[in-house]
Design a protein around this ligand. Structure first.
Ligand code: HEM
Ligand SMILES: [Cu+2]
Length: 567
């Protein structure tokens, strides 16, 4: 465990060292926030184009023009890639992990601050590479965010040449960036905890970031190897994935989903950490089942490595393999159900305060239950044969991903905004933002299941080409209108964010009366975080302790002044 082994350094004074090439974890978190917000707007714009194309396939998209099938494929590919790798991961892992881990464990910074700076700059490079891929001749990647060969393995098949090569390169850089981040997260929590901060006194958010980092680091290796082989097939004439040269297209699917399914939990777990922390604060109750949640998440993390082929039930997989993968997939819902149960039990009987962060946290739980339930159906091979590659699956994965990224991530941003920027956000605008987002979410993704059951396949630019899909067109229009309102409601958030940044009410150091260490220092925290490294006396969730004078008991408050009757 670390000591206060160096005196506080003063903040670097030059603009470049302070804001651009900073090694301060808080500045790095904000750089990631800026990048993920940029990509969030970009990803939202692609969603808008995709949806209007589907609403009126043979008309021009309002504000854009005609979308050809090639462009449509590129839009879907970029949308998926951006949302998963350039919004969800930087937002949920890099922003919250970087900002909160050192603060929550009582450290002055990450274990490797320069490596941390390298990680954000590698991510910046990945972003530039992905942006550049849009402008090269042939256009950007258009083989889906999953990049399945043989489609992706030969430029002739899509007409996309360097666009897809750069897509692979951008992803490789993104992975490198998150590997650097993961090493830092792990080392920091192992070595830099303040005196008294044992592993079972860590806030949920820290635990979830740790498990996510480990799952990411274990799963991504094979995919990197796979991506190198894909690139070689494209530019060096190898045939790893091309049947005509003895290659095996299915190999990619295995490598992709061996990474891809754990990746879902890499996104989900940090969101769980946020939600559990927020719920505990605003129901003034301890998290229900702190240790069992940690064990359940470890079990889920482990199981996530043995479910991947549930994405491949109709790929020609041996039916004798489909059954074991159905079983593991349905098994994994057990630890997740436990976490969901714990969230509900945390709320149960609490003095709930429906602040904006709490609304988003509870909304996230609701949406996750909704999306998780259809996951059980998808996981069983006999059902999946019917709905595979339809809008039912699109509705399912958006429910789980939006639960994590939109609702979970925004709960965290509204909650920690005062700590990050020293100002409060506007509650009224926050609540309007929540209710519009929640209502529109249901209107978009509820009916989308019906499109899938009606047989509408994903990744088609013009459903009207099929007679049996024509009756679904009014439903498509309805969903598109709701999606447009959903996207526009995010303007309320952007306005609230920007205005609060410059004119929000000044935030106290602990505006929500929370226990964890980040609230024990100023808002925003000074360079190197704490005047003096705090000592930790208890777990993170001592709310409403019987007999205590206040209904909260910060982790760093010695017992003597915690009220005579406190434990
Ligand atoms: C404003 C909200 C959103 C809307 C209206 C929306 C809409 C869509 C649509 C219409 C598709 C095309 C489905 C297809 O034809 O296969 C799609 C694909 C996809 N979306 Fe979203 N989306 C939204 C937000 C998100 C978020 C937040 C994420 C993830 C964090 C996400 C991840 C994906 C992925 C991975 C795909 C699959 C891309 C592919 O098939 O290659 N989306 N989305
Ligand atoms: Cu999966």
């Amino acid at each position: 465990m670390s000591r206060d082994f160096h005196s506080v350094h003063s903040e670097p004074s030059g603009f470049l060292r302070r804001y651009v090439f900073s090694t301060d974890h808080k500045v790095i978190a904000k750089q990631y926030l800026a990048l993920s917000m940029f990509w969030g707007l970009f990803g939202g714009a692609t969603a808008y184009l995709i949806r209007w194309q589907l609403a009126r396939p043979e008309a021009e998209v309002p504000g854009w023009g005609y979308v050809s099938p090639d462009v449509y494929n590129a839009l879907v590919t970029m949308h998926g890639t951006i949302m998963v790798f350039f919004v969800a991961m930087p937002f949920l892992l890099a922003v919250f992990g970087n900002f909160l881990i050192p603060l929550m464990i009582g450290a002055r910074d990450m274990a490797f601050p320069r490596l941390n700076m390298l990680s954000v700059w590698v991510f910046f490079l990945a972003s530039v590479t992905l942006l550049a891929s849009i402008f090269v001749p042939g256009g950007p990647a258009s083989a889906g965010w999953t990049g399945y060969p043989p489609l992706s393995a030969k430029p002739e098949y899509t007409g996309v040449d360097w666009g897809l090569n750069l897509w692979i390169l951008a992803l490789a850089l993104e992975f490198a960036s998150f590997l650097l981040g993961g090493i830092n997260f792990l080392t920091t929590v192992m070595n830099l905890r303040a005196p008294g901060m044992t592993f079972f006194r860590l806030p949920m958010l820290v635990w979830m970031q740790l498990i996510a980092a480990v799952v990411f680091m274990i799963s991504v290796g094979p995919l990197i190897a796979g991506a190198v082989m894909l690139l070689l097939d494209r530019i060096a004439g190898t045939t790893f994935y091309l049947p005509e040269g003895g290659g095996e297209p299915l190999l990619w699917q295995h490598l992709f989903w061996f990474f891809g399914h754990p990746e879902v939990y890499v996104i989900l777990l940090p969101a769980f950490g946020i939600i559990l922390d927020v719920m505990s604060v605003f129901s003034r109750k301890p998290v229900f089942g702190y240790r069992p949640i940690i064990y359940a998440s470890l079990v889920a993390g482990f199981l996530s490595f043995v479910v991947w082929a549930h994405h491949q039930y109709i790929s020609g997989l041996d039916p004798r393999l489909a059954m074991p993968f159905s079983v593991t997939t349905i098994l994994i819902s057990v630890p997740f159900s436990f976490v969901v149960f714990s969230m509900i039990a945390t709320l149960w009987g609490g003095s709930i305060q429906f602040t904006t962060p709490m609304l988003f946290a509870v909304g996230s739980l609701g949406v996750f239950i909704f999306g998780g339930l259809t996951g059980i159906f998808n996981g069983s091979a006999p059902f999946d044969i019917y709905i595979h590659d339809t809008y039912f699956v699109v509705a399912h994965f958006h429910s789980t991903l939006i639960s994590a990224v939109f609702f979970g991530g925004l709960a965290g941003l509204y909650f920690w905004f005062p700590k990050m920027f020293g100002r409060m956000m506007n509650e009224t605008l926050g609540k309007i933002h929540f209710w519009l987002t929640f209502a529109c979410f249901i209107l978009v993704f509820g009916p989308m299941h019906l499109l899938g059951l009606g047989g509408m396949m994903r990744r088609i630019a013009n459903p009207l080409q099929y007679d049996f899909l024509k009756p679904l067109e009014p439903l498509n229009l309805f969903i598109t209108i709701a999606a447009t309102v959903l996207i526009l409601s995010q303007v309320i958030f952007v306005v609230n964010f920007v205005v609060s940044l410059v004119r929000g009410k000044a935030a106290a150091s602990n505006p929500w009366k929370a226990n964890t260490l980040e609230w024990a220092t100023a808002s925003p925290p000074p360079h190197e975080n704490f005047e003096k490294i705090p000592s930790v006396y208890r777990g993170p969730y001592e709310y409403s302790v019987p007999g205590a004078s206040d209904d909260w008991l910060p982790q760093d408050r010695p017992l003597a002044d915690a009220g005579a009757a406190a434990r």
